[in-house]
Design a protein around this ligand. Structure first.
Ligand code: DLL
Length: 428
């Protein structure tokens, strides 16, 4: 792939982009059909051949790929190349079942690092910057994926991985990185530790940017992070089954949602119930087809992320709106749909409450009960805290119709995240 194309990626014309996408779709679908049994069988069942893709619009005829396909083809049957061409393997955590394995050829690793490099660059990172990478290294894609991009860009990398929070803070103070890459919940854990040690973020730290992703977060959380750490948080999106981080990322100059790197990933929005493709601007589930991946090509992967496709801000490639949530995170409480992100927004509207919260759901007398555990801000006074409990209960009732019990927990009592936070404990 010519490097000039990457340098000028945001100026390419719509026609040029469509051509790149059609070529990528054609080769990906052909590769998958010829080398992945599961995909060929799915196509044959509905009488489709790879040659039936005559234009981009034909993509919607092809079958979806789901996490279950990765699980039932575990470990190697999602690979479209022989094992001796696989240069690296990553895996998702498998908290909800068998883990999903993804493979990368040498070219795939190169593509991935171009994309994380591009993501860091448009978010304001420059050659010579120093980046602390606090995403987990190992089978999780966050650490290594970001590392390779930062390395390609010419940054100094501090590959600390997740965990050891005191050490993370010490590195921020001693080595003075100006960038951090981290989940939003872990960044808050670090902010708590910084405050506990009475470190002055303006005087003692040099952070300017945080590349934040890997779990749902809200605009209210972004303001909280920006304010507490005196930096700008950039929305950095990715998903292991597609490639890892570097699928979409936000421009520092726009800060209006991640631009999806459409020269490598073709996005669609579908109605999650019917599977029907929806026009741009309509809300539904994000589905992604890889256009350049060799080892694990994915056709119409159902991400479960709920969002809308928006036009680019003065750029050709489209943006994805901040996710409302994941379809599998949606809580159904007495028939009402509630996303944890909606609860987060309501909490952060109340000045006495902190961003440390957990949602507990259980059954009592056969009825769903919703409890929201939240910690007060350290500086909040007790009458404000008591009032905030009732205010939050009222607000949740007002926008959902569901009565929630708000439990104010003592400071530092809710388990802190060192990676992806567990926001919901559903005991039903
Ligand atoms: O979390 C890859 C990644 C690593 C992305 C580091 C960004 C930074 P998975 O473990 O497969 O991969 O989880 C993917 O995380 O479907 C979303 O639900 C969620 N997610 C990822 N980025 C964001 C984001 C990595 N910026 C799942 N905002 C996705 C909200 C995000 N949710």
């Amino acid at each position: 792939m010519a490097s000039s194309r990457f340098d000028a990626f945001d100026q390419i014309s719509k026609d040029e982009l469509r051509n790149i996408q059609f070529t990528g779709l054609k080769s990906t679908i052909t590769n998958a059909y010829l080398n992945l049994n599961y995909f060929k069988e799915k196509c044959q069942k509905i009488g489709l051949h790879f040659d039936d893709l005559k234009s981009i619009d034909d993509l919607s005829k092809f079958p979806f790929t789901t996490k279950e396909d990765f699980r039932s083809n575990y470990p190697f049957d999602m690979f479209a190349v022989p094992l001796n061409q696989i240069h690296r393997i990553h895996a998702s955590s498998g908290t909800t079942g068998k883990s999903t394995i993804v493979g990368y050829t040498k070219n795939d690793l190169d593509t991935w690092s171009q994309l994380t490099c591009r993501s860091l660059k448009v978010g304001g990172t420059k050659k010579g910057d120093c980046i602390q990478i606090s995403y987990g290294y190992g089978l999780f894609t966050g650490g290594f994926g970001t590392h390779d991009g930062a390395h390609k860009l010419g940054c100094t990398v501090i590959p600390v991985s997740g965990g050891q929070t005191e050490r993370q803070v010490q590195l921020l103070v001693d080595l003075k990185p100006n960038i951090i890459a981290i989940t939003p919940s872990y960044l808050l854990t670090i902010a708590d530790e910084i405050e506990r040690q009475n470190i002055d973020v303006k005087r003692d730290l040099s952070l300017k940017l945080a590349f934040v992703g890997a779990e749902p977060w809200t605009e209210a959380m972004r303001s909280e992070i920006n304010f507490r750490l005196n930096l700008q948080a950039i929305n950095y999106y990715g998903i292991s089954e597609i490639i890892g981080p570097g699928v979409a990322s936000e421009y520092l100059e726009d800060l209006d949602g991640p631009t999806i790197w459409e020269d490598h990933f073709y996005p669609e929005i579908i109605d999650p119930k019917t599977g029907e493709v929806l026009p741009d601007g309509e809300f539904g589930e994000l589905v992604i087809t890889s256009l350049t991946k060799e080892a694990t090509p994915v056709i119409r992967y159902r991400t479960k992320d709920l969002t809308r496709l928006l036009p680019g801000t003065a750029k050709t490639m489209r943006r994805i709106e901040r996710f409302k949530g994941r379809s599998d995170d949606m809580l159904i409480i007495r028939g009402v749909n509630i996303f944890p992100s909606q609860v987060e927004e309501e909490i952060l509207k109340i000045p006495a409450l902190s961003a440390q919260y957990q949602i507990h759901v259980y059954k009592r007398h056969n009825l769903d009960e919703l409890e929201v555990w939240v910690e007060p801000r350290v500086e909040a006074i007790s009458t404000e805290v008591q009032n905030s409990k009732f205010a939050l209960e009222e607000n949740i009732k007002a926008w959902t119709g569901v009565r929630a019990k708000v439990v104010i927990r003592p400071p530092a009592s809710i388990e802190r995240s060192i990676g992806k936070a567990i926001r919901v404990i559903d005991q039903r």
